[in-house]
Design a protein around this ligand. Structure first.
Ligand SMILES: [Zn+2]
Ligand SMILES: [Zn+2]
Length: 125
């Protein structure tokens, strides 16, 4: 009757709206390392929008990141009046401390006494 070529891997054409053979995909979150499900609905939306970068974070992490960015943007917009306190671990003594800024990833953060001690030793050189 009709000799359909094995169309399974025919270079993913996305224009047959009703015939997408999508399935939920499992992706590892870059932030928390947990697997999360990228649903068919989200994939369809993704391709409708012509987006290139697949999601890297699960919903809670994505939301946390957005909130963090929003908080930073809000703080920057409103000048420096807003007091930010972020709980971090001191890279020098390992003690818990708070800093008035959002530390960027991979950058060491020091508690006040370690920071002052380091600065003092630098100054005296
Ligand atoms: Zn996550
Ligand atoms: Zn310290």
């Amino acid at each position: 009757m009709n000799e359909a070529k094995t169309a399974s891997e025919t270079n993913g054409e996305w224009n047959h709206a009703g015939e997408l053979e999508l399935e939920d995909r499992s992706i590892k979150c870059v932030d928390c390392g947990e697997d999360f499900i990228w649903t068919i609905g989200e994939q369809t939306f993704f391709h409708d929008k012509g987006l290139q970068n697949e999601p890297k974070r699960c919903k809670p992490c994505k939301q946390a990141k957005n909130e963090r960015l929003a908080a930073i943007a809000a703080a920057q917009e409103s000048g420096t009046r807003q007091r930010i306190e972020v709980s971090v671990k001191c890279a020098q003594c390992g003690g818990q401390t708070t800093v008035p800024f959002y530390p960027s990833q991979g950058r060491p953060v020091y508690c006040r006494s370690c920071f002052l001690a380091m600065r003092a030793s630098q100054d005296s050189v």
